[in-house]
Design a binder for this molecule. Structure first.
Ligand code: ATP
Ligand code: MG
Length: 229
């Protein structure tokens, strides 16, 4: 398996509907994303934003159209290389009933405790180390995390994974202004040199994205730079 160091994406007339669903969740989506570009995806609830990210991870395959990663159909990549190529911060972050260490190691199995501690400091999660350090038990039977902590944990995983493509699904949803600011500052650093697709409801900060895609009803209704729109 070869891990690409940079990722470009091409979507050609991609249409997808969930099993047993009559309507198309994505309906003829086309886009060209060059390596290193940052793309914001906007649109009202249910328009297909998360579905689009999930097709890129191959959680689902489209019934029509084609998705290319570095000019090669994603269907030709084996699961391991696709996983190596992308870091995902999902809309609903999953916390395993396990130690803090194991919750992080799934993103980078060979990380040392020192690596993990550095990442926890960078993401502002070092107070999770207070009880039993990296052995602190999270999830069921242990410490639950707040919404902001969960997002930070997902970003910590993405930092460890360090893949060239980042898929971020509303990374600051439901956070207070201060926490949102901190997470966005952190992401600004993490996103450098990477290809990024970020689903967001925030209109502030859009000027920093190279492309803005506005979706409605499974289609792209506006597409361009901040200046264009
Ligand atoms: P939000 O802003 O609320 O997160 P979204 O733009 O991410 O919305 P999606 O989650 O992509 O929207 O959903 C697109 C459409 O597909 C919606 O109509 C939703 O009900 C439907 N849908 C999503 N997941 C499934 C599923 N697993 N099975 C069937 N239908 C689904
Ligand atoms: Mg969504």
């Amino acid at each position: 398996t070869t891990v690409p160091s940079q990722v470009s994406l091409t979507l050609k007339q991609v249409s997808f509907r969930y099993p047993q669903q009559p309507q198309w969740a994505l309906d003829g989506i086309s886009a060209q994303i060059t390596a290193g570009e940052h793309v914001a995806i906007l649109g009202r609830t249910g328009c297909g934003k998360s579905t689009l990210l999930q097709l890129l991870t191959r959680a689902w395959d489209p019934q029509h159209g084609e998705i290319l990663l570095n000019n090669r159909p994603v269907s030709e990549f084996d699961e391991a290389s696709l996983r190596q190529a992308m870091s995902v911060v999902p809309q609903r972050v999953h916390l395993f009933s396990a130690t803090l260490r194991d919750n992080l190691l799934l993103a980078k199995p060979d990380a040392t405790d020192a690596d993990l501690t550095v990442v926890l400091q960078r993401t502002g999660l070092d107070k999770l180390l207070e009880d039993s350090g990296l052995n602190s038990w999270l999830g069921e039977g242990g410490r639950q995390l707040s919404g902001g902590e969960l997002r930070r944990l997902a970003i910590a995983r993405a930092l460890l994974h360090d893949a060239p493509l980042m898929l971020l699904d509303e990374p600051t949803e439901g956070l207070d202004a201060t926490t949102e600011r901190q997470i966005l500052d952190l992401l600004t650093v993490v996103m450098q040199e990477k290809t990024v697709l970020m689903v967001t409801h925030r209109l502030r900060g859009l000027a920093r994205f190279d492309q803005i895609i506005v979706m409605d009803n499974g289609q792209i209704i506006e597409h361009g730079s901040h200046a264009d729109l």
